[in-house]
Design a protein around this ligand. Structure first.
Ligand code: GLP
Length: 242
């Protein structure tokens, strides 16, 4: 059973997540972080940046692996996850850019990009702490319902719902890519500690399904039940159907 922590809001969660990361980095200065995009983890990244600055923590040896990326969107596009991770995590926290990887969504190399990413994670010694958000379809990373529980990094097709949800970051839904590359559910399960974050009532159904429902590919978040060390940090809204 995952450890469930109910907090007042996303900022309070950010305090807990940033403390967990800093305690890990104190023990292991070259810790490997799994980084999620989406709006949910942003307060955690902000809290981490503030603490790193005020406590003068050396974060230059931390390594990072993002969960996912759009396929076919130029990396310099402001909504590519490479751009988002750089702007929201690498720069404010002061991580070493070369040590933070994002799956490569370039069409020219997409055939081997999944295997290359898996190899890079293994070479880094595996992910110590994986931050996860969850989409309203129940997706984690971009593993939409139906993803194999043992899947590794590969390309996927986004659902209409996810494209509509992410259209807020683009000028229109037509600009939201159709394909993505994402760590698989099996990749995520290899991380040593999973920290799943969700806030607001819109996430209540998928959190209840992930925490208490059957373990099923129809609810990708339910993989947390297969993991020996998961912390779920939610507000009252997201916890309201538990
Ligand atoms: C995005 C990301 C996921 C994220 C999810 C939820 O599409 N690929 O990694 O967890 O959707 O987004 P938000 O945190 O904005 O609700």
């Amino acid at each position: 059973m995952a450890e469930i922590v109910i907090v007042e809001n996303a900022d309070a969660a950010g305090e807990l997540v940033s403390d967990a990361i800093l305690s890990l980095v104190t023990r292991k200065p070259d810790a490997v972080l799994g980084l999620a995009t989406g709006s949910t983890p942003l307060p955690s990244y902000r809290a981490l940046a503030a603490k790193v600055e005020s406590r003068a923590v050396d974060v230059t040896r931390i390594r990072g692996f993002a969960l996912d990326e759009y396929v076919g969107l130029p990396v310099e596009h402001p909504e590519s996850y490479r751009s988002v991770i750089t702007k929201e995590v690498v720069e404010p926290v002061g991580l070493t850019p070369e040590l933070v990887q994002v799956p490569n969504g370039d069409l020219a190399t997409i055939q081997t990009a999944g295997d290359d990413y898996e190899a890079a994670i293994v070479e880094a010694g595996g992910i110590d702490l994986q931050i996860l958000g969850i989409g309203r379809t129940g997706h984690v990373g971009f593993n939409e319902p139906g993803s194999s529980l043992a899947s590794l990094t590969r390309t996927k097709t986004l659902t209409e719902q996810t494209r509509r949800d992410n259209a807020r970051f683009f000028d229109s839904i037509d600009e939201v890519p159709v394909y993505c590359i994402t760590q698989g559910l099996g990749t995520i399960l290899r991380a040593r500690h999973l920290v799943l974050l969700a806030f607001g009532e819109a996430k209540a159904d998928v959190i209840a399904a992930a925490v208490e429902g059957p373990v099923t590919a129809s609810q990708p978040g339910s993989i947390i039940q297969l993991h020996p060390h998961t912390t779920v940090i939610v507000d009252e809204g997201a916890a309201s159907k538990l």
